[in-house]
Write a protein that binds this ligand. Sequence first.
Ligand SMILES: *[C@@H]1O[C@H](CO)[C@@H](O)[C@H](O)[C@H]1NC(C)=O
Ligand SMILES: *[C@@H]1O[C@H](CO)[C@@H](O)[C@H](O)[C@H]1NC(C)=O
Ligand SMILES: *[C@@H]1O[C@H](CO)[C@@H](O)[C@H](O)[C@H]1NC(C)=O
Ligand SMILES: *[C@@H]1O[C@H](CO)[C@@H](O)[C@H](O)[C@H]1NC(C)=O
Length: 466
Amino acid sequence: MDAPFLILTVLAATVINVAVLCSGGITSSFVRNVEKSEDMPLDSDVFKVPPGYNAPQQVHITQGDHVGKAVIVSWVTVDEPGSNNVLYWDEKTNHKKHAKGTVTKYKFYNYTSGFIHHCTIKKLKYDTKYYYEVGIGQTARKFWFITPPEVGPDVPYTFGLIGDLGQTYDSNRTLTHYEWNPIKGQTVLFVGDLSYADNYPNHDNVRWDTWGRFVERSVAYQPWIWTTGNHELDFAPEIGETKPFKPFTHRYRTPYKASHSTAPFWYSIKRASAYIIVLSSYSAYGKYTPQYQWLEEELPKVNRSETPWLIVLLHSPWYNSYNYHYMEGESMRVMYEPWFVKHKVDIVFSGHVHAYERSERVSNIAYNIVNGKCSPVNDQSAPVYITIGDGGNIEGLANSMTEPQPKYSAYREASFGHATLEIKNRTHAYYSWHRNQDGYAVQADSMWFFNRFWHQIDDSTTSARS
Ligand SMILES: *[C@@H]1O[C@H](CO)[C@@H](O)[C@H](O)[C@H]1NC(C)=O
Ligand SMILES: *[C@@H]1O[C@H](CO)[C@@H](O)[C@H](O)[C@H]1NC(C)=O
Ligand SMILES: *[C@@H]1O[C@H](CO)[C@@H](O)[C@H](O)[C@H]1NC(C)=O
Ligand SMILES: *[C@@H]1O[C@H](CO)[C@@H](O)[C@H](O)[C@H]1NC(C)=O
């Protein structure tokens, strides 16, 4: 009796194993309402203009240097240029200081922007709460932010992940869930596609202004790290607008010069124990291009003893099993994937596809035109790829998937939401994804990330189940 039973057990185990390997990961059976998302109307509460003459609006901050000791503060005034200065003070000392900024404006077809101010506050202390004030007289407005702890290998830090946000009722739900998530994100890594103003006739840039007012409630208090998506291109030759990224570059600043980049669309920052590299899917990335040359020099500079966590942000995903934007990231993957494996990137976050997906650690770099080796294979030096383009924009959900679910795909679901990444120390980081239909604390997908440099053991969730 014993021997046949054993054989049966082994056979059953093998069948289960094969089933898991063939079918890849989980396609969530969660069913949600798939009505098309609608932009919130112009008179919505979230778009309210702050009261008073020339009151600053659309206030937003981002990291202003390479290490986290500077902050770029941006805002818009509409009646007149007003002051470019930011008044700021350390909560503890109350000693008030001024930083001087600049003002710019632009036209887009028949739209004229307000006065857009950018001011970099430098030489801040680490891990300190600062108050800051923009505007003058009766319409000055006060906000605050907390600088990150000093860069170091075991510094805990929590990032939020949001992509393809737009300004629909669903976008508002995503932002609200991020704000109320008990896992408190300290900085947002934004993977591209901000306002979706280009969905309107003549890319009505009024929708860039409404978006700026909508997200102010978060981005005035914590930095959002910007990645550009296709909706930032605003390339519209039919109305004479031929300079790509025109509204984005006037409204949003990135600290690209601090990482020796020559354009605001690709750059890097260190923050706590993370080294974050931002790439541009819509700028040239082929051999000899500025972005290629920059990345080639950038990756070897990452010192994992200082910043163990190497994270890449880019808009168009390389591993995507939805029938939307399928293989659009392919040419960039072919160019850069060998470098990501060589340098053991921990995680790549992208957007573009309006759904959620998490991959296994896979690579597809063996192919050389004649050897036929063109399928992704498990690779413990490869990153996990996460698509988080589920912010909730006007274009609606991507709910059609390629079948069967490919082996590289660990979890996929067509729901709106956001994610958080809690770095604990140099070896462990806890990641979770939160869908908008659940309570604020509910985690619909989660995993422990083991650092690829310090703790390169298998953290795959599919093999854990088999
Ligand atoms: C811009 O032009 C469009 C039509 O071409 C028109 O509907 C709109 O009112 C104009 N906007 C401004 C600010 O002039
Ligand atoms: C957006 O969300 C906030 C916070 O939950 C809420 O107060 C506001 O009424 C919402 N606005 C719209 C237009 O849904
Ligand atoms: C890497 O970082 C560690 C810790 O900060 C430092 O001791 C070491 O000198 C750095 N290595 C290089 C090559 O800069
Ligand atoms: C790193 O964090 C993980 C998760 O919190 C913990 O289990 C582990 O003991 C920590 N490592 C060290 C060296 O403290």
